[in-house]
Design a protein around this ligand. Structure first.
Ligand SMILES: [Zn+2]
Length: 334
C-alpha cells in the first residue's frame, strides 16, 4: 500500500502574492497547498492604507474563496498611531518593517526604528505583530542578517509587549539569537533556506533562480536551520517567502532576488523531514506553530500526501520554481 500522511492543511506565514496577471498564478498555487497565508505588503504601490488593504484582500478572495489571506501593512517613516489603528481596523494583523534598500520594493523603507516609534507603540498597544526583514543593507552581504541583530534587540527591549517575527532566518547565528529572546519573538524559515547553500547559487554556473534576499548561506547555516525546524520549538515555523519573478527578469545582468517555492514547498518539506527521520515534526512546523503565534487557528481541513514521485516543472507560468526539473518523492492526494 502507498505510504500516506495526513496533516492539517499548512499555513504559509510569509508569502508574496504579487499583483496583476501574476496574482492569479500565485493565489492558485498557494491555495492548492495552504489553508491560509500571511500576505506581504511590498506591492506597488505598497499596502499601507485601509483602502489598498481591502482591495487587495478582496482580489485574493475573489480568486480563491476558500483560502484565507492574513493581511499585513508596510511601515513607513513617520507613520502615525492613528494610521496604524486604521490598518488594524481594516483587518491587518501585522506590520512589516523593511529596512530601506534591503529587498524588492523597499527603497521607501525604514532607515532606523526611531522613524517608526509612534507606529510601533500603537502596534504594541493593539496587539499587532511586527514582522521584520532582518538585514542591514550596507553591511557585507553574508553578514547583513547578523548585523541586524542589534537593531532587532533594541526594538525588542523598547517594546516589552510587542510580538515580533524575525523573517526568513538564513544565518545560524540568528537561530541562537531568536532562541535567546522571549517567547513573544519567533522566526520563520523558508524551504529554500532549508534546502540550498551558496553552492547552489554560485558553486557551478551562476544560477539566478536560487538567488534571494537574504542570500542562502553555508552548509553549517543550512544544518542549523534544519535543526531548528526539527527541534519542536514553537518559536520556529514555516514561512515560504515564495516570491516569483518572471524567468526573463531573473535571467538578466541584474537578476531580481526571490525564489518561487509555493507550488512544491510542501512536498519538498515532507521529503526533507522524512529523509532526516523527522516526519512527525512536519505538521507542527508547517501547519500549527505559525498560526498559533499569530493567535489564529490552525486549519481544520486536512492535506493528504502520498509517497509518489512528482516532477517539478522546469518552468511554470513563466517562472522557474524552486528545485525546477527535480523529482520530489511526495505528491498531493487527488
Ligand atoms: Zn519576503
Amino acid at each position: 500500500m502507498e505510504k500516506m500522511i495526513a496533516i492539517r492543511k499548512p499555513s504559509d506565514m510569509h508569502l508574496h502574492l504579487r499583483q496583476g496577471a501574476m496574482l492569479k498564478t500565485t493565489v492558485r498555487d498557494a491555495a492548492a497547498w495552504f489553508a491560509q497565508a500571511v500576505v506581504m505588503p511590498n506591492t506597488l504601490p505598497p499596502i499601507n492604507t485601509p483602502e489598498r488593504l481591502a482591495a487587495y484582500r478582496d482580489e485574493i478572495f475573489s480568486l480563491a474563496p476558500g483560502f484565507k489571506p492574513v493581511m499585513s501593512f508596510k511601515l513607513y517613516p513617520g507613520m502615525s498611531a492613528s494610521a496604524v489603528k486604521a490598518m488594524a481596523k481594516a483587518g491587518a494583523l501585522l506590520g512589516k518593517l523593511y529596512p530601506a534598500g534591503a529587498t524588492t520594493n523597499s527603497e521607501d523603507g525604514v532607515t532606523s526604528w526611531h522613524q517608526i516609534k509612534e507606529a510601533l507603540g500603537a502596534m504594541s498597544d493593539l496587539g499587532l505583530v511586527l514582522s521584520i526583514h532582518c538585514e542591514k543593507p550596507d553591511a557585507f552581504v553574508l553578514d547583513r542578517e547578523y548585523k541586524y541583530h542589534r537593531e532587532f534587540a533594541a526594538i525588542c527591549k523598547a517594546y516589552p509587549d510587542l510580538r515580533m517575527v524575525f523573517e526568513h532566518i538564513s544565518d545560524r547565528r540568528s537561530i541562537e539569537f531568536v532562541a535567546s529572546l522571549p517567547d513573544r519573538v519567533a522566526g520563520t524559515i523558508t524551504a529554500h533556506h532549508l534546502l540550498l547553500t551558496l553552492d547552489d547559487v554560485i558553486g557551478a554556473n551562476m544560477n539566478p533562480h536560487t538567488f534571494c534576499k537574504p542570500v542562502v548561506k553555508g552548509p553549517k547555516d543550512r544544518d542549523a536551520l534544519q535543526q531548528a525546524a526539527f527541534s519542536g520549538s514553537s518559536k520556529f515555523f514555516f514561512g515560504s517567502d515564495s516570491a516569483p519573478h518572471l524567468k526573463t527578469k531573473k535571467e538578466s545582468g541584474a537578476a531580481a532576488g526571490g525564489i518561487y517555492s509555493s507550488p512544491y514547498a510542501v512536498p519538498l518539506m515532507a521529503e526533507l523531514f522524512e529523509q532526516q527521520g523527522q516526519l512527525k515534526k512536519l505538521e507542527n512546523f508547517i501547519s500549527v506553530f505559525g498560526p498559533k503565534f499569530y493567535g489564529l487557528k490552525p486549519a481544520k481541513e486536512k492535506l493528504v500526501l502520498i509517497k509518489k514521485e512528482s516532477t517539478i516543472p522546469a518552468v511554470t507560468d513563466g517562472i522557474v520554481p524552486l528545485c525546477a526539473g527535480k523529482t520530489v518523492s511526495w505528491s498531493i492526494k487527488a
